[in-house]
Design a protein around this ligand. Structure first.
Ligand code: UDX
Length: 445
């Protein structure tokens, strides 16, 4: 079958590459000539493990091509996927649908035969019906259907998530469109991955509800972590004890410096906005947005306390700036709140991140980028673990502590423990939701 994917951003590119790996003929379309040139040269503009190899394999097999020409790409396509961005609109928190609607109109004007227009971008409830109207208005004679097919892949694990999904959600209005979507995903259905067929609105709602729920789960555990710090409980033990309850589940219960990324911040804001619009305030989601901002700010206070209430003149080595490991994405990363506070307070900040420099350089002015955590920590006053890259999990902490001015560590991802810090000779070690370690207090014990 022939598929066109419009938009070669994160979701579009991963979907296009994976569809071609299913054996479909796929054309990926983008308006940005530099992106298309890169893709045609075999380069992936984003960092995603395994994507470049899978892309090369399918390009070589002749199943995957790239173009700027939308009309040519959709000619003969059984399904056209819209996978363009839906950023948060400035001012009102709404998802900006300008790109989605512009593409819908373009498809309508170029299409010559029946096609299913599928929205993969995360769009507010009701958008697919709007897409339908836009298409009908632009080309009243066109025979078409719309479908909603939200994507749940995680950055850094995108290919595996696409190929082995917990579920595929498809919102359709007609049997004909349902059959085509069934063919698109046949390789997954044959392997018994569950499919949830719904109406358009439910499919749209599932995506927002799922992301808001996950953001809530993280924020809940972050709030419990703050309380653990005051009460002497240990968040790791608490998370484990909670997560073993099958109704709760152990995933997304890792306390940290607050969620970030391209989806949770954007989708929680959009859901809150949709709620306001329908006079059903999403009070829990609104609280989550507020608390998550507070969590990020609380991290700054934590560091300040560790620096004897002043960053001025301190040298701080920050390990990790991306919003999570295995990505180069900096969108809404906690580092964007924490590092400017350090720099603004007069600290000299050194930064190490396996993939973050490219995007991070423009976003984090005034920091020094380094490649080696040991060198970054040399003569520093404080080491901060901000992203749990594997590279940072197995550091020789004694070697780090030995060459610091004052061996102090803030481990905002709980990848080490008080025991590790004590053994390595740190003066102080703070983490999330656990009692801090103080060498001086320890000796008194
Ligand atoms: C998320 C959803 O998981 C995915 O289904 C959706 O399609 C897009 O949004 P992603 O943004 O790639 O995916 O990242 P994810 O792994 O979900 O992490 C999001 C944020 O939450 C990160 O900042 C991460 O560090 C944080 N997080 C996650 C925690 O702080 N604790 C956790 O237990 C899990």
């Amino acid at each position: 079958m022939k598929i066109a994917v419009i938009g070669t951003g994160y979701v579009g590119l991963v979907s296009g590459v994976c569809f071609s790996d299913f054996g479909h003929d796929v054309v990926c379309v983008d308006k940005d000539p530099s992106k298309i040139a890169k893709l045609e040269a075999g380069e992936v503009p984003i960092y995603e493990p395994g994507l470049e190899e899978l892309m090369a394999k399918n390009v070589e097999a002749g199943r995957l091509t790239f173009t700027m020409n939308l009309a040519e790409a959709i000619d003969g396509a059984d399904a056209v996927f819209i996978a363009v961005g839906t950023p948060t609109r400035r001012g009102d928190g709404h998802a900006d649908l300008t790109y989605v609607m512009a593409v819908a109109e373009e498809i309508a004007l170029a299409a010559k035969h029946y096609t299913v227009i599928v929205t993969k971008s995360t769009v507010p409830v009701g958008t697919n019906r709007q897409v339908k109207q836009v298409v009908r208005k632009a080309n009243p004679d066109l025979d078409f259907d719309v479908a909603s097919n939200p994507e749940f892949l995680r950055e850094g694990a995108a290919i595996d998530d696409f190929m082995r999904p917990d579920r595929v959600v498809v919102g359709v209005q007609s049997e004909r469109a349902g059959d085509i979507m069934n063919d698109v995903y046949r390789p997954l259905f044959l392997r018994d991955f569950p499919v949830v067929i719904t109406d358009l609105e439910s499919a749209e709602m599932i995506k927002y509800a799922a992301n808001a729920f996950l953001a809530t789960k993280i924020t809940f555990i972050n709030e419990i972590a703050a309380l653990c710090e005051r009460t002497g409980a240990d968040i790791k033990q608490v998370s484990k004890g909670m997560g073993l309850d099958g109704r709760i589940g152990n995933k997304f219960l890792h306390a940290g410096p607050g969620y970030g990324g391209s989806c949770f911040p954007k989708d929680t804001k959009a859901l809150a906005r949709i709620g306001q619009e329908h006079a059903v305030p999403m009070q829990i989601t609104e609280a989550v947005i507020k608390v998550n901002d507070e969590v990020k700010r609380r991290m700054v206070d934590k560091l300040l306390e560790l620096c004897d209430d002043s960053f001025n003149g301190k040298t701080v080595a920050v390990l990790g700036v991306t919003f999570k490991p295995n990505t180069d994405d900096m969108r809404d990363a906690p580092s964007l709140t924490i590092i400017p506070a350090l720099v603004g307070g007069g600290a000299k900040v050194r930064v190490v991140d396996p993939q973050g420099k490219h995007e991070g350089e423009a976003l984090l002015p005034g920091v020094k980028w380094m490649d080696d955590p040991y060198k970054a920590a040399r003569n520093a006053d404080l080491v901060v673990v901000l992203t749990e890259w594997n590279e940072f999990r197995g550091l020789d902490l004694s070697q780090i502590a030995e060459h610091m001015v004052t061996p102090r560590m803030a481990d905002l991802r709980n990848i080490y423990s008080n025991k590790d810090a004590k053994r390595a000779g740190f003066d102080s070690y703070v983490s999330i939701g656990r009692a801090p370690y103080e060498a001086s207090a320890d000796q008194e014990d």
